[in-house]
Design a protein. Structure first.
Lengths: 542, 447
């Protein structure tokens, strides 16, 4: 308050400070200026203080202006439609703890819809409403998984804002510079300067951005000062070459095979093996091919495996780790690495012109099947080979697909990732139809959102079956939650029949029917909400 | 009073309270906890058993359907009418969340209801004579004024004692004068004095600025006490301000002003007993700024729900007191509707001057409502200020406003560019309550 005062008190007969001192000490000890000691002294002091107080307040004047902040950079994106802006405010208001904990009942979990909303808004290129930026930054602060999408949507003004509040420092760390000092990628000089002088995080971000637009330029930037980088940094930088990996990268990666750091060497080898035409891939094909052959001496053709007897210097240079982890045989460890790094395309030639499906169907002698198939799985994922993935996945309805077979659920999920979305959906739907939901969570996670019709229908049918079987819905809460976020909103209409509380079968868990009805209610409400969300973000053509 | 079977709002219930003490006591009882066997009939009778400390629960029954105003009976010893149990029961009923279901009245309640009916039939015109007559009202008012006067004299004596010994004594921890004095002011039926005394306790011992604030507030309290004792000699406007500041019941008897009232801001403050809602309105035709107050029981939102940014076609009438903005909402002619209207703004210098001028009519005023045009929020040391875009002048934000999330919405909205800001401007600084971007755009609530 003193900031806004001008010198009013000084002109009073008894200055304000004098009054305060007297009041603190008491009129028994000090007589107020201009009055007589005695019973009326306190009253006289209060009279004077009242006049002074009102006078001081009435005389308040504005202070000098402090330095005004530099204006926030412009956000050229079009503003959010107002319905969508209101929706965003609602989603952001639904923080954990705000709406009371405990059972959700039929209310949708709004916070879980925020990632989807942000993705949709970013895809349409809308600017965030300025007043929503504090809540967006707070949400991103609490959930690291939200940060990239939230900060992208929040835009340059959020970074401008974050400079004023220490709680939002993370935004400045996760985004190089403060949104204004990042050079444009075609500004070669600016890029080089940031690369040479920037902080580690800034350099990683710069490299990633450059690599996604101009892969060769990123590699050249990296190659220029390669030898002087620290080992950990070299590893991170090398990793960024995964994006846009191509045959042009081979010479640089070959050179990195001779790196001082073993981790860098291993990463370089891994990247090279993902380039089926590379010299390393060719060397690996020869080594792996020497270990696997078709044995025609048996009744049915069988794969015979002869694991390598040693790990020579050449293998080590090509990224094979010589020392097996505890509990694993050295030879099978080496074999796994060779097969994983060998181009899958070389096997057909090596194994009598058979197709991948035929190769996978061949029996494997001496219990090598697990090791061999697992290595092929890793190879199929690394080389993004859909034909081999399909062969290794097999039929979704096959009995061994549901149990612990040669190929684990985690491996299947990864293999599915190499297929296109529609095929992935078909396979997962087929799997759920045969094996139910208990093993499906991981597989559903790799399906494209919103789920294609076959997946959605399979999940709803399976939930329906689970309900009829009389179990509680929270045994399926993981899948339910996924369904709320991933089911195509247009499916909501097909769910109406499930909303009623069913008659309880005799062997059902008590009350389960009501809880199921509640769970489906929430599912339908959430789907309707998501449909509304997307509509709001799609402005009507005017 | 109300149609049969229509539930009241918490506001309507609390308006029945004879004084603020019973209002707060009633609010505390307006939760399901102490009540059992509560129920209501379709004909506007509400009953329940309240376990409020005593050995046997009190039997409370209220009839709200009576045209002459609600009647109640309670087995508690309180002489207040209605007693806090009746208020609590009505609040519970007004809450409408199933705690007071429809049902058959128990025998003890039915007896009272039946007795009332027979009495009503015997003396059909009972409502207009006797206790409700204007003569009786004048006598009651005179009795209350005497008690307030006694309270003001006692307050003066206590303030004099305090100043004689020195404020430093009041800075000591455990100093009990404030709570005790506040209780005496409640007894004197001067809730306004009681509230100010209680606030004094908060200024004592609050660091370097504490003694200054304490002296300021003691002096203003003294000024108010003196104002009451000499109210006959004050101009009528100032006398009305003193009466309402002391806490005498006032009613909005100003002429009705019909306008399109733009809802500028709405915020709640709560203590352990009561939630107070403030709604600032701007009359787009009259250019007048008005404040509506609304109360709710603790933890429950007050009834008045006017959305910020909409305009309301309604009649408002002012409360007495010179220059004070409080008004009461009268008839509404249409539901609130969207509008592009914004209040006209001014500079920081004019805003500060406006506060100074308002002190002439009400020296106890903490802040006045002001709209600032073209100001830029700027960081200033630990705090923030609103700086004129075109002049070297700025108002600091109040310490309370600095720690509110609304500050960040304001800074984000501005982005370093000028904005229009509505808020309260006073001796503590400026409290922003709503803001508009310079170009097109909706109002952004900051509270």
């Amino acid at each position: 308050m003193s900031r806004t005062t001008t010198a009013v008190g000084t002109s009073l007969p008894d200055s304000w400070e004098e009054l305060v001192t007297t009041a603190l000490l008491g009129t028994d000890r000090r007589t107020p200026a201009g009055s007589v000691p005695g019973p009326d002294a306190p009253s006289a002091l209060l009279d004077a203080a009242a006049v002074a107080t009102v006078r001081r307040r009435a005389g308040l004047r504005p202070a000098r202006a402090a330095e005004r902040p530099r204006p926030a950079p412009d956000d050229p994106r079009p503003p959010l439609p107002s319905a969508a802006a209101r929706r965003l405010a609602m989603l952001l208001a639904d923080r954990p703890g705000v709406s009371g904990g405990g059972r959700r009942g039929t209310a949708p979990d709004l916070m879980e819809l925020l990632p989807q909303w942000l993705a949709a808004a970013n895809a349409r290129g809308f600017a965030a409403p300025p007043a929503a930026l504090p809540a967006l930054l707070d949400a991103a602060r609490g959930r690291t998984d939200l940060r990239p999408a939230a900060l992208r949507f929040a835009g340059p003004r959020a970074l401008w804002l974050a400079r004023f509040n220490p709680d939002w420092r993370f935004a400045l760390r996760s985004t190089p510079g403060d949104g204004t000092s990042t050079p444009r990628l075609h500004d070669t000089e600016g890029v080089r300067r940031l690369w040479e002088e920037g902080l580690f995080a800034e350099r990683v971000a710069l490299l990633a951005a450059l690599r996604s637009r101009r892969p060769a330029a990123a590699r050249e930037l990296l190659a220029a000062g390669w030898a002087t980088e620290r080992a950990e940094d070299r590893l991170m930088f090398l990793d960024s070459l995964r994006t846009g990996l191509g045959p042009d990268d081979e010479p640089f990666l070959e050179q990195a095979l001779a790196d001082r750091s073993r981790n860098v060497r291993a990463t370089a080898a891994e990247l090279l093996s993902a380039l089926p035409g590379s010299a390393l891939a060719e060397r690996m094909a020869v080594r792996a091919g020497a270990c696997v052959a078709v044995d025609h001496t048996r009744d049915t053709p069988t794969l015979a495996v002869e694991a390598p007897h040693e790990c020579d210097a050449g293998m080590e240079r090509d990224g094979v780790v010589a020392r097996a982890p505890a509990g694993r045989g050295e030879r099978s460890w080496w074999l796994g690495q060779l097969v994983e790094a060998a181009p899958l395309g070389s096997w057909s030639r090596r194994l009598g012109g058979r197709t991948p499906r035929e190769i996978v169907a061949l029996p494997v002698a001496d219990g090598w099947q697990g090791e061999l198939h697992a290595a092929w799985c890793r190879a199929a994922v690394r080389q993004r080979d859909a034909v081999w993935s399909r062969a290794l996945l097999g039929e979704p309805s096959a009995p061994e697909a549901g149990g612990p077979g040669a190929v684990s659920l985690a491996e299947r999920a990864q293999l599915l990732g190499t297929l296109d979305a529609a095929e992935r959906a078909e396979w997962v739907a087929g799997f759920i139809e045969t094996h139910g939901l208990s093993e499906a969570f991981q597989l559903l996670g790799v399906c494209a959102v919103p789920w294609a019709a076959p997946v959605g229908r399979a999940v709803v049918d399976a939930l329906n079956i689970a309900r009829d079987a009389g179990s509680y819905p929270w045994s399926f809460s993981g899948v339910m939650g996924l369904a709320e976020r991933c089911l195509d909103p247009s499916e909501a209409g097909h769910l109406d029949a499930l909303l009623a509380v069913p008659d309880e079968p005799e062997d059902a868990s008590p009350g389960a029917g009501g809880y199921w009805s509640e769970a489906f209610q929430r599912l339908v409400t959430t789907l309707r909400l998501r449909a509304a969300m997307l509509t709001e973000l799609t402005p009507a053509a005017t | 009073m109300t149609q049969q079977g229509v539930r009241w709002t918490a506001d309507q219930v609390l308006a029945l309270a004879p004084d603020s003490a019973s209002r707060t006591a009633g609010s505390e009882l307006g939760t399901a906890g102490p009540w059992s066997g509560a129920g209501s009939s379709g004909e506007g009778t509400v009953w329940g058993l309240c376990a409020d400390g005593g050995s046997a629960p009190y039997r409370t029954v209220v009839d709200v359907a009576d045209a002459a105003g609600p009647a109640c009976q309670c087995s508690c010893p309180s002489r207040g009418f209605p007693c806090e149990h009746a208020l609590g029961l009505l609040l519970l009923w007004a809450g409408g969340d199933g705690a007071v279901p429809r049902g058959e009245a128990p025998e003890w309640a039915e007896r009272w209801i039946a007795g009332r009916r027979t009495r009503a039939e015997r003396e059909p015109a009972a409502g207009s004579s006797g206790s409700a007559g204007p003569e009786a009202a004048r006598r009651r008012a005179a009795r209350r004024a005497e008690r307030v006067t006694a309270g003001a004299v006692e307050l003066e004596r206590r303030l004099a004692d305090l100043l004689r010994g020195g404020l430093a004594a009041a800075e000591q921890p455990g100093y009990g004068l404030w709570e005790e004095t506040a209780a005496r002011m409640v007894d004197a039926q001067a809730p306004g004095l009681a509230a100010r005394v209680r606030e004094l306790g908060a200024f004592a011992g609050t660091g370097p600025g504490g003694p200054v604030r304490l002296l300021e507030e003691c002096a203003l309290l003294h000024l108010l006490g003196r104002g009451w004792l000499r109210r006959e000699r004050l101009p009528e406007g100032l006398a009305a301000t003193v009466r309402s500041r002391v806490g005498l019941p006032v009613s909005a008897d100003g002429p009705a002003v019909r306008d399109h009232w733009l809802v500028l801001a709405r915020y709640d403050t709560a203590d352990s007993r009561l939630t107070t809602r403030r709604v600032w309105l701007y009359g787009t035709d009259s250019g007048r700024t008005a404040l509506l107050l609304s109360y709710g029981a603790a933890g429950r939102a007050p009834e008045l729900a006017l959305p910020v940014g909409l305009a309301l076609d309604a009649e408002l009438s002012a409360y007495p007191g010179a220059g004070q903005p409080r008004m009461a909402l009268g008839e509404r002619f249409a539901p609130p509707a969207p509008t592009d209207a914004r209040p006209p703004g001014t500079t920081t210098a004019r805003a500060a001057a406006r506060y100074g001028e308002a002190l002439r009519d009400d020296p106890w005023l903490d802040a006045v409502p002001v709209t600032l045009d073209r100001v830029i929020p700027a960081p200033d040391g630990d705090g923030w200020q609103l700086a004129d875009a075109d002049e070297d002048a700025a108002l600091p934000l109040t310490p309370a406003a600095r720690s509110r999330p609304g500050l960040w919405r304001l800074v984000a909205l501005s982005g370093g560019a000028p904005v229009k800001v509505f808020g309260e401007c006073g001796h503590q600084g400026f409290t922003p309550l709503a803001a508009w971007p310079e170009g097109a755009g909706e109002v952004v609530p900051l509270c």
